[in-house]
Design a protein around this ligand. Structure first.
Ligand code: FO1
Length: 324
């Protein structure tokens, strides 16, 4: 039995749910590596919080709060509520009591001098996510959002824009800190070069996948890998499936449509994709892209449950002839 090596570039909720479906599809026929966005990470109350790594670890480890798509099931917030009484930190950003254990464990290992990639591997042992989970970089790269506050420009952490302001403040631009000196984490470039297929799931194309692509070396690795690269549109019928990706796309001048997002990623060798799977409702988008030389297909792409998501993953792999 040949093992299909699949590498996924993932943000938080959408990418985690897609990967769960991909694992359900592949079973023992697959070996999956997930390269996760760490631009949402922050130091809060003295601990390092890694939202997308944790959403992947909890979702694939069966512990995620399913409705939220992030944080732990059966969670409580006694510590976070009491922290608010001290008036420190972000009272609008709840760190659950169980979730705090993850951040304390991560912070302890970081303080021992382990790089984030080794810390992530160590934490993942407990959860058996069924994938190799890699941060995009071991360096502290954070996504900040520049908003126009009257005549002033104000820069804030992505999570403040996303959670406190619900992306309602028009973003002038996104900035990734420390990008110039950031390097892909160990194993990231090899996971792209050695894959049989690379998948860009329906994660936020700007602040999740876009941030991963901004790490020096990763975009070029995608352009040159011998693996086909297939993406799944995060936009269905002109609207983002979840989250506020439209606010992010608008901020960078990209229309919220299946075609526009594909063109934003670009087709190899200039861009990073070979193929693009859109929802049935955007079948015209697939037609348009095919006329421009893309491998493009249309299928149901709403990830309502694991079996449905497994089929979406199958449709994506089939589009590039990579079904096991
Ligand atoms: N999202 C919220 O809307 N409100 C919160 O209070 C919140 C807390 C939180 C704590 C830890 C964590 O890993 C994620 C958390 N999130 C919260 C979700 C977070 O904004 C998203 O997971 C990603 O950053 C966006 O993909």
């Amino acid at each position: 039995m040949t093992i299909l090596k699949v590498t996924v570039l993932s943000g938080g909720v959408g990418g985690a749910r897609f990967t769960r479906g991909l694992l359900s599809l592949l079973g023992h026929r697959g070996q999956v590596t997930v390269i996760a966005n760490t631009g949402d990470d922050m130091w809060l109350h003295g601990v390092r919080v890694c939202p997308d790594l944790d959403t992947l670890m909890y979702t694939l480890g069966g512990a995620v709060h399913e409705e939220q798509g992030w944080g732990r099931r059966d969670e409580s917030s006694r510590t976070s509520d009491d922290l608010a009484a001290y008036g420190l930190g972000w009272e609008w950003f709840t760190l659950g009591d169980l979730d705090l254990a993850t951040h304390l464990a991560r912070t302890a290992l970081l303080r021992e001098g382990l790089p984030l990639s080794q810390v992530t591997a160590r934490l993942a042992e407990r959860w058996s996510p069924g994938v190799t989970l890699l941060p995009m970089t071991d360096d502290e790269v954070e996504t900040h959002v520049v908003v126009a506050d009257g005549q002033e420009m104000q820069e804030m952490h992505f999570e403040e824009w996303w959670v406190r302001h619900r992306a309602a403040l028009p973003a002038v631009r996104f900035v990734q800190t420390n990008l110039a000196t950031a390097a892909p984490a160990p194993g990231v470039l090899a996971a792209i070069a050695d894959a049989d297929v690379v998948v860009v799931p329906p994660s936020n194309p700007v602040v999740s996948v876009g941030t991963i692509l901004a790490i020096p070396g990763i975009r070029d690795a995608l352009r040159t890998t011998s693996a086909p690269v297939v993406g799944v549109s995060p936009v269905i019928g002109g609207a983002p499936v979840r989250g506020m990706a439209d606010a992010c796309l608008t901020a960078i001048g990209v229309e919220t449509s299946a075609v526009a997002v594909a063109r934003h990623y670009g087709r190899r060798p200039d861009g990073v994709l070979d193929a693009w799977l859109v929802d049935d409702r955007d079948a015209d988008a697939a037609e348009t892209l095919r006329s421009e030389g893309w491998l493009a297909g249309a299928a149901p792409t709403l990830m309502t449950d694991v079996p449905t998501t497994a089929r979406i993953a199958a449709d994506a792999l089939a589009l590039v002839g990579a079904l096991p």
